[in-house]
Design a protein around this ligand. Structure first.
Ligand code: F6P
Length: 357
């Protein structure tokens, strides 16, 4: 058996753990040859790859990033280096010429959408859900999310010191794109007073009221966890830059600054913002993510061995399962008002910056 492997989209804690799990499972269980493509789909388009033997994937479980490299621009249906040309047929030929039995693609929603397109053309593909954003449909968890939440929680815990000492409003902006999972979980884990998510546009007067009321009650500081995709009611997304050629060109950033500016006009005290950025994606994965990555990788190898494809491995109710790529492609899993986490946060008095949810 000859199996290809690639990591697509942004880097994420646990990528190497999945590479290790897929490769070791295939090598040990069926003596397969594993080929790692470099820089995501770019390696498949440009013919850049290398053999992943046992030695190559040893000692990488705890390492951040991806030993294969990745790209958030590579798309066989719109190859940026050739003016957005569709090179998917060439990619299919390469796959056939290399006599690959299947390709395991480790990536987020963009990667799964490309994978779905390629499987429709006849490529045997198995997906593994990666992203710190936790926004892929069909799986209760993506790997990388737990690490991002852990980093963001620690950051907010540390911001408490300045908030309490200087009687300030301290805002921590998390990543997460158009889904609020990181801010929701880190906000809850750190006991943030206000959590602002893309899913629930906030009323700035409600947020200011929370800060004022806390002051009146003797708590002269407020902690706000805000997702980068959060925006005020009737307001715009905070766009940091546009990456031309990327499947999703919008890069968010600055929602915390927008909030701070609006709060400063309504409050007497000082307001400060910290934007956490890529710190959430870097470094070693948490034990939870290492375990989840190992499960995902082992499951993906099983699917390949059994000759099945066109699916993404997933976690559902604590068990490994699979979901067709067609059900995943082009969709985003968002936070709903009736999500148990939202209800639990509300019941302990956390504000989501809206009058009613
Ligand atoms: O999807 C993961 C993610 O980290 C998002 O949370 C964030 O909006 C985006 O990627 C940042 O992308 P880039 O690394 O291209 O700036």
């Amino acid at each position: 058996m000859r199996v290809g492997l690639l990591t697509g989209g942004g880097d994420c804690p646990g990528l190497n753990a999945v590479i290790r799990a897929v490769s070791k499972s295939l090598l040990l269980r069926c003596g397969a040859e594993v080929i790692g493509f470099e820089d995501g789909f770019l390696g498949l388009i440009e013919g850049r790859y290398r053999q992943l033997d046992y030695r190559a994937v040893s000692g990488i479980l705890t390492r951040g990033g991806t030993i294969l490299g990745t790209s958030n621009k590579a798309n066989p249906f719109r190859y940026f280096a050739r003016d957005g040309a569709d090179v998917s047929d060439e990619v299919l030929h390469r796959y056939r010429d290399m006599e690959l039995d299947a390709i395991v693609v480790i990536g987020g929603d963009g990667t799964m959408t490309i994978a779905n397109g390629m499987q429709k053309k006849g490529m045997a593909i198995v997906g593994v859900p990666k992203t710190i954003d936790n926004d892929i449909v069909g799986t209760d968890r993506t790997f990388g999310f737990d690490t991002a939440v852990t980093v963001a929680t620690e950051a907010i815990d540390r911001l408490h010191s300045t908030a309490q000492s200087h009687h300030r409003v301290m805002i921590l902006e998390t990543m997460g794109r158009y889904a609020g999972w990181i801010a929701l979980h880190a906000g809850m884990a750190s006991g943030s007073d206000v959590i602002l998510l893309p899913e629930f546009p906030y009323d700035i007067d409600v947020v200011a009221e929370v800060c004022r009321k806390r002051g009146q009650g003797g708590q002269r500081f407020t902690i706000v966890a805000i997702a980068e995709g959060a925006k005020p009611e009737g307001g715009e997304l905070a766009v940091k830059k546009v990456v031309v050629g990327s499947p999703d060109p919008i890069r968010l950033g600055g929602a915390g600054n927008v909030l701070a500016h609006a709060l400063e006009q309504r409050l007497e005290g000082e307001v400060r913002t910290t934007i956490l950025g890529h710190v959430q994606r870097g470094g070693t994965p948490t034990p939870f993510d290492r375990v989840l990555s190992t499960h995902f990788g082992s499951q993906a190898a099983c699917v390949v061995e059994e000759g099945r494809s066109g699916v993404m491995v997933a976690l559902h109710d604590g068990r490994m399962t699979e979901i067709p790529l067609t059900d995943v492609a082009g969709k985003v899993r968002n936070v709903k008002p009736n999500d148990p986490h939202v209800r639990a946060a509300l019941s302990v008095g956390t504000s989501f910056g809206v009058r009613e949810l």
